[in-house]
Design a protein around this ligand. Structure first.
Ligand SMILES: Cc1cc2nc3c(=O)[nH]c(=O)nc-3n(C[C@H](O)[C@H](O)[C@H](O)COP(=O)(O)OP(=O)(O)OC[C@H]3O[C@@H](n4cnc5c(N)ncnc54)[C@H](O)[C@@H]3O)c2cc1C
Length: 410
């Protein structure tokens, strides 16, 4: 049995944890950094399973944390990816209203985007069709975001891990069953080893609420998992959009709606999705793997209560998005953007992610923004939902600025 010690212990080696390690080094704040990861390798959860879209910052309410960090974070991550020659598809993004009454939402998005520092242009139907001949806008208008890009998320995670390792960050992977003694600033690992830390940062993604509860932090929050399935256009499908094509989202519903995304591969694969169906477990990617029956039952009961009370856009979520995992409904959603897409053009993708949403049991609402809570000698990142991948470098700076006064770094 051995005792290791570090200045900062980061729990969770996803993009948020890695970006925090990166910014701690870049800003010269700490050098003795350990990343503790429960899986044998990094990128097994959200950071390796997302759409890879570097969002341009259109959706977020000015003043929100998402709005503050998205544009800056996207610019920095894009530059980082380009400097290393990693795959990047600078294909932009089009947003179209699938129904005429949603047209005015384009103005809201344009206004928000400009307030957040993003570049946006209104396009007419002719411009839309020049880029995607088969696309349609119910109102004839579209919003063009030239700075949206797509990366390969797992490639980004692996490269960042490699570089951090070369700069002295210690990675302890395969560490699931640890316990904690917050008073003594210690973690006891399953093999009996201990780690003593100056400050701990919880970046455990889908499990971040459970980790926080072990530190008596955020007891009135829990994460609700939603499964995100993707379909993709078959290579011989005659329709292959060259840019991201999104519906105007219902801004009261937490998910952006099913969209078309070309990958950053040399020959882009166009995915359609992700869906957002209540998941049977936090990590229930396939079949009955990692099913958590008690949690699933409690979440379904909670969703039913939200539906009945019609709180926080839940009723619209259920009507418009909860059943999109059913192929005919997914096809119908895809056809609202590209009417020529047929069932025979689609195949189920191997990609699947779990999109968690943080529920506040006190307000009985989902938290829309990133949330970072302080604990004793610890910081807990509780709601690193989209666009946390895009924004990770800037989000890390913000988390550190908030935590620094209590971090007691040497
Ligand atoms: C389907 C889908 C599509 C998305 N699309 C986009 C997109 O296009 N653009 C975008 O910006 N964002 C997108 N997102 C959101 C983005 O993926 C997340 O915001 C981001 O990856 C969160 O990173 P993270 O480091 O917080 O979490 P994760 O990547 O989940 O990392 C958390 C890590 O903590 C580890 N961990 C958990 N519990 C413990 C424990 N007890 N001890 C040690 N380690 C632990 C996990 O194994 C995991 O490796 C998408 C998400 C999903 C699911």
């Amino acid at each position: 049995m051995s005792n290791q010690s570090c200045g900062v212990l980061i729990v969770g080696g996803g993009m948020v944890g890695l970006s925090l390690a990166h910014q701690l080094l870049e800003r010269g704040l700490a050098s003795a950094i350990t990343v503790l990861e429960k899986e044998p390798e990094l990128g097994r959860h959200s950071s390796g399973r997302n759409s890879g879209v570097l969002h341009a910052g259109l959706y977020y309410k000015p003043g929100s944390v998402k709005a503050k960090v998205c544009v800056n974070g996207a610019n920095r991550l894009r530059a980082w990816v380009q400097e290393r020659g990693l795959p990047l598809n600078a294909c932009g993004k089009l947003i179209v209203p699938p129904r005429p009454e949603l047209d005015s939402q384009l103005d809201v998005l344009a206004e928000r985007g400009r307030a957040n520092g993003a570049q946006v242009e209104f396009w007419d139907e002719q411009q839309l069709r020049e880029l995607i001949p088969e696309a349609r806008s119910a109102s004839g208008r579209a919003l063009w975001s030239p700075n949206t890009a797509v990366v390969k998320p797992i490639t980004v995670v692996r490269r960042l891990q490699q570089e951090l390792g070369e700069r002295g960050v210690v990675f302890l992977a395969g560490q699931a069953g640890w316990t904690t003694d917050p008073q003594r600033r210690q973690l006891l690992l399953a093999d009996g080893d201990t780690i003593t830390y100056g400050h701990l940062i919880n970046c455990a993604g889908l499990q971040a609420d459970r980790v926080a509860h072990r530190f008596e932090v955020g007891r009135h929050y829990s994460l609700l998992p939603f499964k995100g399935l993707y379909w993709q256009l078959k290579p011989d499908c005659p329709i292959q959009p060259r840019t991201n094509l999104y519906p105007v989202p219902d801004l009261d519903v937490p998910f952006l709606g099913v969209h078309f995304t070309p990958s950053a591969d040399a020959i882009p694969v166009v995915s359609i999705g992700p869906t957002a169906t209540p998941a049977w477990g936090r990590e229930n990617y396939r079949g009955l793997d990692a099913v958590e029956p008690a949690m699933a039952a409690a979440n379904l009961a909670l969703l039913a209560r939200q539906y009945l009370a019609n709180r926080g856009g839940f009723r619209r979520y259920v009507h418009e998005q909860a059943f999109l995992a059913l192929p005919p409904l997914l096809l119908r959603a895809a056809q609202q953007l590209i009417p020529g897409v047929r069932a025979e053009h689609l195949q189920l993708s191997e990609k699947v992610g779990i999109r968690s949403q943080l529920f506040n049991h006190t307000t009985q609402r989902l938290e829309d923004d990133f949330l970072c809570l302080p604990g004793q000698h610890s910081t807990h990142v509780l709601n690193a939902i989209s666009p946390a991948f895009t924004a990770s470098f800037a989000l890390a700076d913000l988390i550190l600025d908030q935590a620094l006064p209590t971090m007691n770094l040497p």
